[in-house]
Design a protein around this ligand. Structure first.
Ligand SMILES: [Mg+2]
Ligand SMILES: [Zn+2]
Length: 196
């Protein structure tokens, strides 16, 4: 079985750029290669799960998304922090052109991308995690049935503060300021025999 860390892309691995699709606009966030390396060394497979409705909206193509992912992985592999699988949802339920305008199963908080990953990985859900900076990342992870960590990069810190200020029960299982903090939490949880 594979222990998998599912990762949102924008705001989690790289700087949030509106409808990012050009390699020259890609900026990996500080500490991210180190966090990914820590997880890899502990035996986790790393899987990116990303909504890319910019395809549906006609802002860029599937080829652009795939090219960006190859470039991203070139950068990360140089730091021994490569991603094992990239899955993206090109759809949008309300906006879009042709085949991409549809209410799909893959768009987070749906779980279709996790299910697609199951064709390539045998996911051990009890030792797998989702990390993202938005509510829909956490909802997707929880819908799929893995422990879900909100990370403070991207929109995460703002969301955490909002939740705390309203006195709401956290919608996430754990909050980590950075991806390195999330990785440290995961490694500690696994060392102590799992999070249950
Ligand atoms: Mg994000
Ligand atoms: Zn989709």
């Amino acid at each position: 079985m594979d222990k998998v860390v599912f990762l949102d892309r924008d705001g989690t691995l790289n700087e949030e750029v509106h409808y990012l699709h050009k390699p020259e606009d890609l900026k990996i966030l500080p500490g991210v290669p180190r966090a990914l390396r820590m997880l890899r060394e502990a035996g986790f497979r790393l899987v990116v799960i990303t909504n890319q409705a910019g395809v549906a909206r006609g802002y860029y193509t599937c080829q652009d998304v795939e090219k960006l992912h190859r470039y991203m992985n070139e950068l990360l592999e140089k730091e021994n922090a490569g991603i094992d699988g990239f899955y993206y949802c090109p759809h949008h339920p309300d906006y879009g052109i042709g085949i991409y305008k549809k209410a799909c199963r893959c768009r987070k908080p749906g779980i279709g991308m996790f299910e697609a990953a199951e064709k390539d990985f045998s996911v051990d859900k009890a030792h797998s995690y989702m990390i993202g900076d938005k509510r829909l990342d956490i909802e997707a992870g929880r819908n799929y049935g893995v422990f879900s960590i909100l990370v403070g990069t991207g929109y995460g810190a703002e969301l955490m503060t909002e939740t705390t200020e309203k006195g709401e029960k956290p919608f996430y299982d754990f909050y980590a300021e950075t991806l390195v903090d999330a990785a440290e939490y995961i490694l500690a949880a696994e060392r102590s025999g799992g999070r249950e």
